[in-house]
Design a binder for this molecule. Structure first.
Ligand SMILES: Nc1ncnc2c1ncn2[C@@H]1O[C@H](COP(=O)(O)OP(=O)(O)OP(=O)(O)O)[C@@H](O)[C@H]1O
Length: 741
């Protein structure tokens, strides 16, 4: 089907669009937030109980303790096969395991339990454990769970910094040294103060944007370059503010950096910089938090724990550690107090979204700000649920089990809770680290095609995709496998949505704007409004131009994405965030592809997938053909039957018109718009006159010493100024609309 590279390209661009334009059926995945159905091991539940008893993170609250060890070959298996046997501090008295089987005793009289792999598990008594750390060969064949329930001197002693020896040196951390100077780093937020901070930020931003857009606010005359400069300044101010406001806003800023359909280019570019510069929190805080979450001090849980994080992001940071069985892991620790901060911030942001929705100048009627808010809130809450992230990682790994060149770290469920996630340590070279990739002599073309291919598999085959494949989340293993990190944000495409997407893909392939619109409406990515002419024209323009060029004409996917977003401005498109995630993901991967391999061709990699889709569509068409013919025959019959009646009706209308019984009222929309504009301008002039007069009066009153009255008139003048700005914005909006049609 793809005869020319151009048609192939349009076909694949169609795949992109087709696989991203979804709304109702494509949802970010949350595989169950409640703990009821989680596959936690029993030991974790017990820890939770203990944690409940000892609500304070202080170590000296551990009044009584014994060590409880659970041995499993695989952490997931252990969760299902029952509860671990318990031992007192002397380590001698074994109880029956939950599976009813007695616990064995070794030659030294100490209890030995057989792991699911049949090998004996050496149990270590608490006393021994606290005197000396168990070595990796003491507990060698599985994961080990330790719960501490008694106060001991060993537990309250301050822990010295230890440098684990088992790790290669980590890359330099590109983060601010600490979050200490940020107000949000304090866990005891004052909700009123926080609300004031949020609203001051929102209002300041609103005023800045108003001035950036107001042509009269440019001394010496408005030019587009001047406006761009100002917007750049506002964008840089915005990034600083977002950083000051902390995790909620940093994450929202990062999400907004994918939405060039909603925000100006300068903002999007500036917010994208938030990806790698985020403050870390102190190791003391991190260790305290792990202890609170997992129920025992870090020194007991891990054989080694690296205090310096290897990465820090808006929501958490990542430390390397070694388990008692010698397994190298990474521990992702959430920022303490995030949920509380989210609750306060999102309450305020909901009000902001409602205000935006009402505001005409912010595209209220066409932009679904409340929908966008809901989506963001959902993503935020999902991202702080590490159990959900662990489940996503498991599902993603299962999807790629037959593809040897994709690696997904294992989840250590016994060391995982809602706010702490422990994963297999899978180091790699970041996919954008060109120098190191060259140095190791890896095949750059293979890496770039694997990155694209893996994503196509997610979008077109498994339907479960990584919604944030930025270079920080993709690395290369020594055998050139692709390593994925961070499964907090995943998207899902249901199978029936894929059917509709295939229709859309085919419609784009045929360059049929009407069919494209029909498919978009069925996917709820486009709202059917009264007059769809301008939308149809935009879509046709997009099909004819953006998709008509071969790749050697340097039409990149990101350019197509930009075009798509630009036609969405002022049109009733409602791109769900997943749509933009996919577009951005492909643009990012394409960028990586080009930087890795100058001969990179997205079309070449994607063509087999496009072909497969087209073949599938044709197979489907074969069986549908008979039904279609039957339907057309039915339609033809009903038309033939009703035709004489219709002709008769038309004749009646014409007769009524001739007789003057029927009047036709013609609405000329252009003149209606012109009249509306004239009225707004007239009002604007009035506001200027009133405002100016009031300022004059105010000045006179001031000179006469009547300051109170003068202030009153200045306030009233300010009101007229605001009305004037509003009128100008409405005129601008009408102008823009005029240009679109
Ligand atoms: N299993 C792992 N093995 C080795 N390194 C890892 C592993 N998981 C994460 N990392 C490192 O930690 C970094 C941050 O991890 P991750 O992306 O999961 O954290 P995050 O808090 O969700 O960050 P962000 O939201 O910025 O993507 C990764 O870029 C990677 O360098």
């Amino acid at each position: 089907m793809c005869k020319t590279s151009g048609s192939c390209f349009s076909g694949m661009a169609a795949i992109l669009a087709s696989n991203s334009c979804y709304c109702r059926d494509v949802q970010l995945v949350n595989q169950g937030r409640t703990t009821d159905n989680l596959s936690f091991s029993r030991s974790i539940s017990i820890q939770k109980l203990d944690r409940h008893e000892c609500a304070s993170p202080k170590i000296d609250k551990f009044r009584r303790f014994h060590v409880e060890m659970q041995q499993t070959e695989s952490p997931l298996k252990s969760n299902t096969n029952g509860r671990p046997a318990k031992f007192d501090t002397n380590g001698q008295q074994a109880k029956l395991g939950a599976n009813g089987k007695p616990v064995n005793f070794g030659p030294n009289g100490k209890p030995v339990k057989l792991g699911s792999n049949g090998k004996p598990i050496t149990m270590v008594s608490t006393t021994d454990l606290l005197k000396t750390k168990p070595s990796s060969n003491q507990i060698a064949n599985g994961s080990t769970q330790i719960v501490v329930k008694r106060e001991t001197k060993a537990l309250v002693k301050s822990v010295k910094l230890r440098e684990p020896t088992g790790f290669p040196p980590s890359e330099d951390l590109k983060v601010l040294p600490s979050d200490e100077s940020f107000s949000w780093a304090n866990e005891n937020y004052n909700s009123v103060q926080r609300s004031i901070d949020v609203w001051s930020f929102v209002l300041s931003l609103r005023v800045r944007v108003l001035f950036d857009n107001a042509k009269w606010a440019y001394p010496g005359g408005f030019t587009e370059d001047k406006q761009k400069n100002r917007r750049r300044k506002t964008a840089s101010w915005l990034r600083e503010q977002v950083l000051q406001l902390g995790p909620t806003f940093i994450k929202l800023g990062q999400l907004s950096s994918t939405r060039s359909d909603l925000f100006p280019r300068e903002f999007v570019d500036e917010l994208a910089k938030l990806q790698d510069r985020v403050p870390a929190f102190s190791p003391v805080k991190a260790k305290g938090f792990i202890e609170k979450e997992l129920g025992a001090p870090v020194d007991i849980i891990f054989k080694e724990f690296e205090e310096r994080p290897i990465a820090a992001a808006s929501l958490g940071q990542v430390h390397r550690a070694i388990l008692h069985n010698g397994e190298k892991v990474v521990v992702k620790v959430q920022r303490p107090g995030l949920k509380k901060l989210f609750d306060i911030d999102l309450r305020n942001l909901k009000l902001v979204a409602e205000y935006f929705q009402r505001s005409e100048s912010l595209g209220g009627p066409t932009r679904d700000w409340i929908g966008i808010y809901d989506e963001c809130a959902k993503i935020l809450y999902q991202e702080i649920d590490y159990v959900n992230e662990g489940k996503n990682a498991d599902k993603f790994r299962r999807d790629f089990r037959n593809i040897k060149w994709v690696r997904v770290p294992q989840v250590f469920w016994d060391y995982t809770a809602t706010k702490v996630l422990t994963l297999e340590y899978v180091p790699g070279i970041k996919i954008n680290n060109l120098d190191l990739i060259k140095e190791r002599g890896y095949s750059r073309s293979r890496i770039s095609s694997r990155a694209i291919e893996a994503y196509l598999i997610q979008i077109l085959k498994t339907g479960f995709f990584h919604a944030d494949p930025h270079p920080g989340n993709l690395a290369i293993d020594s055998d050139e496998s692709l390593i994925y990190y961070d499964f907090g944000m995943m998207g899902e495409i249901k199978s029936f949505t894929r059917e509709r997407l295939m229709d859309l893909f085919y419609a784009i392939y045929e360059k049929d704007a009407k069919k494209v619109m029909k498919s978009l409406i069925s996917l709820e990515a486009l709202q059917p409004t009264g007059d769809m002419t301008s939308v149809r024209r935009s879509v046709q323009f997009f099909l004819d131009n953006s998709l008509n060029q071969s790749p050697d004409q340097e039409t990149t996917l990101s350019a197509i994405g930009e075009d798509l977003f630009s036609i969405a401005t002022d049109q009733p498109f409602r791109f769900p965030s997943n749509f933009t995630f996919v577009i951005r993901a492909f643009s990012t991967l394409e960028g990586i592809g080009y930087s890795l391999d100058p001969d990179f061709s997205f079309v070449k990699i994607a063509a087999p997938y496009a072909q497969e889709l087209l073949d599938l569509k044709q197979q489907r068409s074969g069986t549908q053909l008979v039904q279609e013919i039957r339907k057309q025959a039915d339609d033809a019959r009903s038309y033939t039957m009703s035709m004489p009646y219709r002709v008769q009706r038309i004749e009646e209308f014409v007769k009524q018109l001739e007789a003057g019984d029927l009047k036709l009222r013609v609405r000329v929309l252009e003149s209606e718009r012109a009249a509306k504009k004239a009225t707004i301008l007239q009002m604007g002039t009035m506001y200027t006159i009133f405002g100016g007069t009031l300022v004059n009066i105010g000045v006179t009153l001031t000179t006469q010493g009547n300051q109170v009255m003068a202030n009153g008139t200045f306030v009233a003048a300010g009101l007229f100024l605001a009305l004037l700005i509003r009128s100008m914005q409405r005129v601008k909006k009408l102008d823009k609309f005029e240009k679109m049609i």
